[in-house]
Write a protein that binds this ligand. Sequence first.
Ligand code: AHG
Ligand code: MN
Ligand code: MN
Length: 311
Amino acid sequence: MAVPFTAYLFNKKEEIPHLDDDLILLLNEIAAATKEIAGKVRKAGLLGILGSAGKVNVQGEEVQKLDELANEILLENLKNCGKACQITSEEIEDCLVVSESGYTVAFDPLDGSSNIDVNISIGTIFSIHRDSVLKAGKEQIAAGYVIYGPSTMLVLSLGKGVSAFTLDPESGNFLLSHPEVKLPKKGKIYSINEANREKWTEEGLRRFIDFLKEEKYTLRYVGSMVADVHRTLFKGGIFIYPADKKNTSGKLRLLYEASPMAFLIEQAGGMASTGEKPILEVVPEKLHQRVPVILGSKWEVEKCLEFLSNN
Ligand code: AHG
Ligand code: MN
Ligand code: MN
């Protein structure tokens, strides 16, 4: 039988010195919370939890009922497990300080909210640091996401590569299905919201996208970062959410979207840049700050940076 998530973590203790029992407990609580969220997502239409919650969050975005429910489930689990000293959520303005030291967790409880009501893949993204959340992404202790797609999958890096687990509906366990995820060096897919093309700040980006079209790339864009990154991780290619005239720092948030996804992509052999510097080098100044995101296979990201430098 495939290795269950908890057993996998205990088996990794020797290889990964910082993987202590507290971190294992914390990761298990996150896994447990996402299983509960998966259960709600899969029957949301029967629970009356689709649609808007009728409020706007700190991001100025309309909150969906499932955003709120996922947030509450994660907060509950993290507070009860007592191993998270600080908790940051996309849905909460300030950082919740539970104790002075220990692990900090930043999460996007439900990513891809615009896709909830049309039954398209969404997810949960999380990032774990030690003691403070305002650290560069390269200092992450662990990062991962759960994608609620045809399968519910948990994708995790503890700093030594990337592994993926598939939720087994019979046992209710996340079981190891992909021991080592490696990003293809080069792909054939690009992923960007081209509706914003004329608003993109960088002329070089328009020229890069035209170059990919001449190279016969195909376009895939789900509109849930978790789904677009998951496909990029497994198939290669490039995902971009650039700065534009409206979102001058891009739309995606550093702490709980760009940074954990950059960690996973680089741990799997890919590359992640803001267009000016590696995402993992950005030291956060504000909890909900946004950064432009260019991530995926090395060949495409380096080519994109080349076009941007010849603006
Ligand atoms: P969230 O639902 O957590 O607010 O995130 C949505 C984000 C991200 O998932 C996705 O890549 C991006 O919004 C899509 O934005 P556009 O609809 O502007 O393309
Ligand atoms: Mn999101
Ligand atoms: Mn969200």
